[in-house]
Design a protein around this ligand. Structure first.
Ligand code: NAP
Length: 299
C-alpha cells in the first residue's frame, strides 16, 4: 500500500494515474482528511493503512504563479519547508521509506564549468545566497531539512509538461502567454517523472537526491520552434491544427520581463542527470519528449 500526500494536485494526480495503470494499491490523502502537520496523525495514518511507502506530492506552489508565494509566505513555508520535516519524522518513527517531490528551482544557470548542476552542488538560488524567490528559498530549505533523512528519496522535478492542454502544462503556458522569456532550462515530462521516481523505489536504488529531468537542456525559442514545426506538419497533412496561429513575442531582456510580468526572479537552470542514469534509469531526451507531447496533443 502506497500512501500519497497531495494526490489532488497536478503532480499528485499523475501519481494516482500511474498507480491505477499499474494496479498498485494506494491511498490518496488530502489535508481535508488528515492534518499533515501533526506528526502523530501522520504516524497513525501510516500504521492504520499499513503503508510500505509514502510519497509526498504536497506543497505550496502559488496560484496563479510563483509570485503568490511572495504574499502567502506562511503557507509557502509550511507546505515546502515544515511539511517535509514533519513527514520525515513520522516516517522515521514508523520506519518506512518515502519519497519527496522537490524542485530544481533551487539553482540558476549552469555550473561555472558549463555543466549542469549535480545533486552534490550547493543550491545557488536560495535564502542562503539571498537572490531567490520566496518559493525557491522554501524548497531549498526543505531539502536542507531532509539532508540526513534515512530511507528518503528527494526527487527534483523541473517545469512539468505533457500532451494534455492545461493551465499547469509548460507547453500550454508558452502557447498562452502574451510574451515569453528566453531562457535555457532542464524540464520534466510529468508522466515520465512520476514513473521514474516510482522506479527508484521499485528497483531499490540508493536513497538520496536525484535530478529527474529529461536529459538535454532546451531554450524557450527551441520549444516554440517545435510547436511551430508540429503545426506545420499538421497543416501540410490537412489535419486539424490545435496550436495557436500567432507570432510568438519575446521580452527584450530579463530586466524587461521583471519590470512588466513578474514580482520575483525566476529560476532558469540546467541539471545534470548522470546520477540517475548510473543506476540504469533514463528518461527520454528533452527534445524527444516535447516533440512526442506535441504530436499527441489533446486539446
Ligand atoms: N508544478 C510545478 O511546476 C512544479 C515544479 C517543480 C516542483 N514542484 C513541486 O511538486 C509538488 C507538487 O506540485 P503541484 O504542481 O502538484 O502543486 P499543486 O497542484 O498545487 O498541488 C499540491 C497539493 O498539495 C496540497 N497543498 C497545497 N498547499 C499546501 C500546503 N500549504 N501545505 C500542505 N499541502 C498543501 C494540496 O493538496 P490537498 O489540499 O488535497 O491536501 C495540493 O493539491 C510541490 O512540492 C511543488 O513544489 C512543482
Amino acid at each position: 500500500m502506497i500512501l500519497l500526500l497531495g494526490g489532488s494536485g497536478y503532480v499528485g494526480s499523475a501519481y494516482q494515474q500511474l498507480f491505477l495503470k499499474k494496479q498498485i494499491p494506494f491511498r490518496s490523502i488530502s489535508r481535508a482528511d488528515v492534518n499533515y502537520y501533526d506528526r502523530q496523525q501522520v504516524v497513525r495514518l501510516i500504521r492504520e493503512t499499513r503503508a510500505t511507502f509514502l510519497i509526498n506530492a504536497a506543497g505550496y506552489t502559488g496560484k496563479p504563479n510563483v509570485d503568490a508565494c511572495e504574499i502567502y509566505k506562511t503557507e509557502c513555508t509550511l507546505g515546502n519547508t515544515v511539511l517535509p520535516g514533519v513527514i520525515m519524522e513520522a516516517c522515521t518513527e514508523v520506519g518506512i521509506p518515502w519519497g519527496h517531490v522537490s524542485s530544481g528551482c533551487i539553482y540558476n544557470g549552469r555550473r561555472a564549468d558549463g555543466n549542469g548542476f549535480t545533486e552534490q552542488d550547493t543550491p545557488n538560488f536560495s535564502f542562503r545566497t539571498n537572490n531567490c524567490s520566496f518559493y525557491s528559498g522554501t524548497k531549498a530549505l526543505g531539502e536542507e531539512i531532509l539532508a540526513d533523512a534515512p530511507q528518503c528519496y528527494v526527487w527534483r522535478l523541473r517545469i512539468p509538461f505533457n500532451h494534455c492542454n492545461s493551465s499547469r502544462n509548460y507547453l500550454t503556458k508558452l502557447m498562452r502567454y502574451a510574451s515569453l522569456l528566453e531562457a535555457e532550462n532542464s524540464i520534466s515530462h510529468l508522466e515520465e517523472f512520476v514513473e521514474t521516481t516510482f522506479a527508484c523505489w521499485e528497483k531499490k536504488i540508493p536513497y538520496g537526491i536525484y535530478n529527474l529531468t529529461n536529459p538535454g537542456a532546451i531554450t524557450t525559442h527551441q520549444v516554440v520552434q517545435m510547436i511551430l514545426d508540429e503545426a506545420k506538419v499538421r497543416m501540410n497533412e490537412g489535419r486539424e491544427n490545435p496550436f495557436p496561429a500567432k507570432k510568438y513575442h519575446f521580452f527584450e531582456s530579463e530586466a524587461q520581463f521583471m519590470s512588466i510580468a513578474a514580482k520575483t526572479p525566476r529560476s532558469n537552470c540546467v541539471l545534470d542527470t548522470t546520477k540517475l542514469e548510473s543506476f540504469g534509469l533514463k528518461m527520454r531526451s528533452a527534445e524527444t519528449a516535447i516533440r512526442d507531447a506535441l504530436k499527441n496533443w489533446i486539446h
